[in-house]
Write a protein that binds this ligand. Structure first.
Ligand code: XIL
Length: 451
């Protein structure tokens, strides 16, 4: 008897499950002997910042793939790299890193959507609402491109001032209005609802004026429902570490956010190995500390030049600092199961029935003078072969850009039709598209027609 199609797919599914388990169980064979295995036994990830140009260096990639189960782009997802000219996006480096991560069972941190540094020159020349609009568009486009691939985004990097003020750093972004950070978080949530959204900064290694300023912002965001999930502590450390390093992580965790060590490196001038161990123990002692990332693989990959600030020497040998981290990770035995670090498989769409209606709903993230609308299209019982959503914008409002749909018109009644990959929906299935607008987007009432 020939197997039925259903049996065949069950067989395929079982095969896929077994393959998936083999991947998930593989670290058990070397439990505790690599950073990634030892961290996974504690329910944490251990990551490194990567320059994709170095992946072809076998010393580099051997250490990276053996020791780390999380990566972050050292530069390749920053604004100057991803949008070198306004509205022209390049994702070559970021995409390469994501595919390397998928192939090696690594999760990806996204770094960073908005920052005062490493802005493309066109953005440096903007101000006011033109800059605000460009910045929110950047957040939306980049987070949409990597949607589903990123464990946590550093939505905003280094927005607080050093010194005793506890206030914001002056920057072109800050001068667009104090609400620029929350507008960025809202746009990021709309674009990639599955990614954890982090605020990331340095000189926040203990309870000090700067970390307290950030703490107050996070508390305010949580109270007002601004979507924030995590705080990153860069931890570029010198010869000492504040005694309240762990207490500082804990007070943020107590606000209801995850904390992560995001750019760890430690100078060699003091007791480097001890400081690395102290940071590792602090993260393990805070249940909401979900992982540690070091800012590079080998000493000669480090942005800190002759500081020799990392865990491996230039030949890829483990340093005393490495052993200190590994021992700290292994101390106290296994506590929690390893997180699933493998990116979710792409979703598949079943072939649609030939007729049926659809409905649409809008969720809005608005700021003074602009908004991002996310529109969810849901097929009725007959499914769709294509769809069109129309809505009438308030007077003075206009659509400035659209993703995952094609817009006809930009003011008044605007019609959005599916693009080629999201027109076919099975019965009850949904898809989302979005657009950014100037002016007010309040009161949008979509109507949906299916083909
Ligand atoms: C650094 C990179 O490591 C360098 O290659 C680049 O020239 C400058 O930026 N804080 C951050 C990181 O958030 O993005 C910085 O990375 C280091 C300080």
């Amino acid at each position: 008897m020939r197997p039925t199609r259903a049996l065949l797919s069950t067989g395929l599914l079982a095969g896929a499950l077994v393959a998936g388990m083999a991947v998930a169980l593989a670290p058990a064979a070397d439990a505790g002997t690599t950073l990634r295995a030892a961290a996974a036994e504690k329910g944490r990830y251990f990551g490194a910042a990567v320059a994709t140009g170095k992946l072809s260096d076998s010393t580099y990639s051997t250490v990276l793939n053996r020791e780390f189960n999380s990566v972050v782009a050292e530069n390749e997802m920053k604004w100057d790299a991803t949008e070198p000219q306004q509205g022209r996006f390049t994702y070559t480096g970021g995409d390469r890193l994501v595919s390397h991560a998928r192939a090696n069972g690594m999760s990806v941190r996204g770094h960073t959507l908005l920052w005062h540094a490493q802005q493309p020159s066109w953005a440096q020349g903007l101000s006011g609402s033109a800059l605000r609009s460009a910045a929110i568009n950047h957040v939306t486009q980049v987070a949409t491109h990597f949607r589903g691939q990123i464990y946590a985004w550093d939505v905003v990097n280094e927005a607080f001032a050093d010194g005793g003020s506890g206030g914001r750093r002056d920057s072109n972004l800050q001068r667009t209005g104090n609400d620029w950070i929350e507008a960025a978080f809202r746009a990021a949530r709309a674009a990639d609802p599955g990614a954890k959204l982090c605020y990331n900064d340095y000189n926040t290694d203990g309870i000090n004026a700067k970390s307290t300023g950030i703490y107050n912002m996070v508390r305010d965001f949580k109270a007002r429902g601004v979507p924030i999930d995590c705080v990153g502590f860069q931890s570029h450390l010198g010869t000492t570490i504040p005694g309240d390093y762990q207490a500082n992580l804990q007070r943020f965790a107590d606000l209801g956010v995850d904390v992560q060590i995001t750019e760890l490196d430690v100078t060699t001038g003091g007791n480097q190995a001890n400081i690395y161990g102290t940071v590792t123990r602090a993260c393990l002692a805070v249940s909401r500390c979900t992982g540690i990332t070091v800012w590079g693989v080998r000493d000669c990959d480090s942005w800190r030049g002759s500081d020799n600030a990392l865990l491996f020497d230039c030949a890829g040998n483990k340093k005393a600092a490495y052993t200190s981290v590994l021992n700290a990770l292994n101390a106290g035995g296994t506590t929690t199961p390893p997180p699933n670090t493998t990116a979710p498989p792409p979703t598949t769409t079943s072939p649609p029935p030939s007729q049926g209606g659809c409905s649409a709903s809008v969720s809005l993230n608005a700021w003074t003078g602009g908004f991002v609308a996310t529109v969810r299209v849901t097929a009725g019982s007959g499914g769709t072969l294509g769809w069109a959503v129309t809505m009438t914008l308030p007077g003075g409002a206009s659509v400035t850009n659209t993703w995952s749909a094609t817009a006809s018109g930009s003011t008044g009644t605007v019609r959005f039709t599916n693009v080629d990959y999201n027109g076919q929906l099975g019965a009850g299935q949904s898809t989302e598209f979005g657009f950014q607008g100037n002016g007010s987007g309040s009161g949008l009432t979509p109507s949906c027609a299916a083909a």
